[in-house]
Design a protein around this ligand. Structure first.
Ligand code: NDP
Length: 495
C-alpha cells in the first residue's frame, strides 16, 4: 500500500503564514518568531506557526470577554446548541481534511484520525450541543419561621462563569480541543484556546469553521506559541477557569498559579500509569485483540491507556506467549498508509523521553518483546513489553505515555488491589474476568476515576471522565462538567 493523497485544501492550509485567530479573524503575528510543525514520520517541517506576545494573548482574552458579555450571554440556549450542531456538521463535511492534518502533524494513523479523532469530535460536539437546553437550577422551600404571615421561597440558577482558557495537548488536539469548546459554549462561556505547539493546525482550521457555523466572533479564539504563551493566558485577568490536559508537573504548576490569580478555577486532566488486571478465569485468546488495541492505540500516547499489566500467575506463561506472537504481527509504517497498524511517536521531545525508558529497560534486561528504536527517519519505536518483579521499579511507577507496557504477576485479590493502588496516579483501570461477582467486589477498591471490565481506553460522552490522586481534578462529560463551567447562584425571596 502507499500513502493517501494529501488534499489540495490541506496543502494550501499548511502553506499559509498562520497568525492568531482573534475576534473572528486572522490576526497577523506581531513577532517574526515562527515554530516549525514537524511531521513525526518524516521529520520534515509541514508548516509554521506564530508565537504570541503577551499583548496578543491579552487581546484574545479581551475579545472572549467582550463576546461573553455582549453576544454569547444573550444567545438563547437553543441557539447555542444549534450553532454547536452546525459546527459538528462542518467538521463532518471537512472530515478528511481534519484527519489528514492530524496524521501529518501527530503521526496518528490515518484510519485512527478518521474513525476515532474526527468521528468522535463530531459525536462529542453533538453531545455537548444537547446540554445547552438542559442546564437548570432547583427550587427550595426554606424553613425560616414566619412571624407575621410572610413567606419565603428560594431557587438556584446556574450561570456561565465567563472566559475559559483551554490548554490542549498534542495527542488528540482536535478532539480534546472540542471537549473544551463544547463544554464552554454549551454552558454559555467563551474560550481562548492554546493548542500544543506540536499540533496546532487542526484547531486553527476549526476556529475558521466556527465563524462559518455562525458562532459569533470572539466566542472561540486561538493563540499559538510555546514557552510562555500558556502562562500569559492563565495570567490574563479575565480568565475565570483554566481547563488543562497534559502532564502532572505542568498541571500542578498551572493549578498553583491559578489559585494565586484570585482563585481562578482549574480542571486538570493529567497522566496515568493505568493498570489492567487479567484474572485467573480470563480467556486470553478472547481478550488479547481488545487489550492490545487499548494499549497501543496511537502508539500508547493516550492518557487512559494501560501501562501496567497484572496477570494472575496461573495465566502468566500463556499470556506472555500469546501476546508476544500478537505484538510481533503489528505492522509499523507510514501513518498515511491505510494498512499501517503502528506509527511514530508524535514529536522529538517525547521520542527522546521514551527512548530513555527503553534504554533503561535494555540495560536491566527487562525486555520481553520489542524495545528497539527505529534506526531510520521518523520517531518510531517498537511496541514494547517489559517484565518487572517489583512495583517499586521506575518502569512500573513512571508514566512513559508511549507504547511501553510492563507486566507483573499476582496470586490473590488482596495482593492485586494493593499493587494496583501502589501508584501516585489514578486515572483508569481495567479488570479482565468473566466472574462478575469478583469484578463487582474489586471495583470499589480500585483507586481510579474510571474502571472498565473486559475493556479499556474507551471514552463516551455520556460517562464522566477524570482522575483521582495525581491524575487530575474535576470531571469531563456527562453532566459532571456543568458545575465546573457555571456558577451556582442562590436566590431567596420574601413575600
Ligand atoms: P505539558 O504537560 O508540559 O503541557 C504543555 C502545554 O502546557 C503547552 O501548551 C504549554 O504552553 C503549557 N504550559 C506549560 N507550562 C505552563 C504554565 N506554567 N502555565 C500555563 N501553561 C503552561 O506537555 P508536553 O507536551 O510537554 O508533554 C509532556 C508530557 O505530558 C508527555 O510526555 C506526557 O507524559 C504528558 N501528556 C499527557 C497528556 C494527557 O492526555 N494527559 C497529553 C499530552 C502529554 P507554553 O509552552 O506556551 O507555556
Amino acid at each position: 500500500m502507499s500513502d493517501v493523497q494529501i488534499l489540495a485544501s490541506v496543502q494550501q492550509f499548511m502553506a499559509r503564514q498562520h497568525g492568531h485567530f482573534i475576534q473572528g479573524e486572522w490576526v497577523k503575528a506581531a513577532s517574526s518568531e515562527r515554530i516549525h510543525i514537524i511531521n513525526p514520520a518524516t521529520e520534515q517541517s509541514v508548516a509554521t506557526i506564530a508565537v504570541a506576545t503577551k499583548q496578543e494573548v491579552e487581546a484574545a482574552v479581551q475579545s472572549a470577554e467582550q463576546a461573553f458579555h455582549t453576544v454569547w450571554a444573550n444567545t438563547s440556549p437553543y441557539e447555542r446548541g444549534q450553532k454547536l450542531l452546525k459546527l459538528a456538521d462542518l467538521v463532518e463535511q471537512h472530515a478528511e481534511e481534519f484527519a489528514q492534518l492530524e496524521s501529518l502533524t501527530t503521526g496518528k494513523l490515518i484510519q485512527l484520525s478518521r474513525h476515532l479523532e474526527v468521528a468522535q469530535t463530531i459525536v462529542f460536539l453533538r453531545y455537548f450541543a444537547g446540554w445547552a437546553t438542559k442546564i437548570h437550577g432547583q427550587t427550595m422551600t426554606p424553613s425560616i419561621p414566619s412571624m407575621q404571615g410572610e413567606q419565603y421561597t428560594a431557587y438556584t440558577m446556574r450561570q456561565a462563569i465567563g472566559v475559559i482558557a483551554g490548554i490542549v495537548p498534542w495527542n488528540f488536539s482536535l478532539m480534546i480541543g472540542c471537549w473544551k469548546i463544547g463544554s464552554a459554549l454549551t454552558t454559555g462561556c467563551t474560550i481562548v484556546l492554546k493548542p500544543s505547539e506540536f499540533t496546532t493546525l487542526s484547531l486553527l482550521r476549526l476556529a475558521e469553521l466556527a465563524i462559518e457555523a455562525g458562532i459569533p466572533a470572539g466566542v472561540i479564539n486561538v493563540v499559538t506559541g510555546a514557552g510562555q504563551t500558556g502562562q500569559y493566558l492563565i495570567d490574563a485577568k479575565k480568565i475565570k477557569k483554566v481547563s488543562f490536559t497534559g502532564s502532572v508537573a505542568t498541571g500542578i504548576a498551572i493549578g498553583q498559579r491559578a489559585m494565586c490569580n484570585d482563585l481562578t478555577r482549574v480542571s486538570l486532566e493529567l497522566g496515568g500509569k493505568n493498570a489492567a488486571a487479567i484474572c485467573a478465569d480470563a480467556d486470553i485468546d478472547a481478550l488479547l485483540p481488545t487489550l492490545l488495541q487499548a494499549t497501543f492505540v496511537h502508539q500508547g500516547q493516550v492518557c487512559a491507556a494501560p501501562e501496567r499489566f497484572f496477570v494472575h500467575q496461573s495465566k502468566y506463561d500463556e499470556f506472555i506467549e500469546k501476546i508476544t506472537v500478537a505484538m510481533q504481527q503489528i505492522k509499523m509504517g507510514s501513518p498515511l498508509d491505510e494498512s499501517t497498524m503502528f506509527g511514530p511517536l508524535s514529536n522529538k521531545v517525547h521520542f527522546e523521553k521514551v527512548k530513555q525508558y527503553l534504554e533503561m529497560a535494555q540495560n536491566k534486561q527487562q525486555v520481553i518483546c520489542g524495545g528497539k528504536v527505529h534506526a531510520g527517519t521518523g520517531y518510531f519505536v517498537e511496541p514494547t513489553l517489559l517484565k518487572v518483579t517489583s512495583v517499586e521499579d521506575p518502569l512500573f511507577m513512571e508514566e512513559t505515555f508511549g507504547p511501553v507496557v510492563s507486566v507483573i504477576t499476582f496470586e490473590h485479590d488482596e495482593e492485586l488491589i494493593s499493587m494496583m493502588n501502589h501508584s501516585r496516579f489514578g486515572l483508569t483501570a481495567s479488570i479482565w474476568t468473566n466472574d462478575l461477582a469478583k469484578a463487582l467486589r474489586l471495583i470499589p477498591k480500585i483507586e481510579a476515576g474510571s474502571v472498565w471490565v473486559n475493556m479499556h481506553t474507551f471514552l463516551d460522552p455520556a460517562v464522566p471522565f477524570g482522575g483521582v490522586k495525581a491524575s487530575g481534578l474535576g470531571r469531563e462529560f456527562s453532566d459532571a462538567f456543568i458545575e465546573d463551567y457555571t456558577e451556582l447562584k442562590s436566590v431567596m425571596i420574601r413575600y
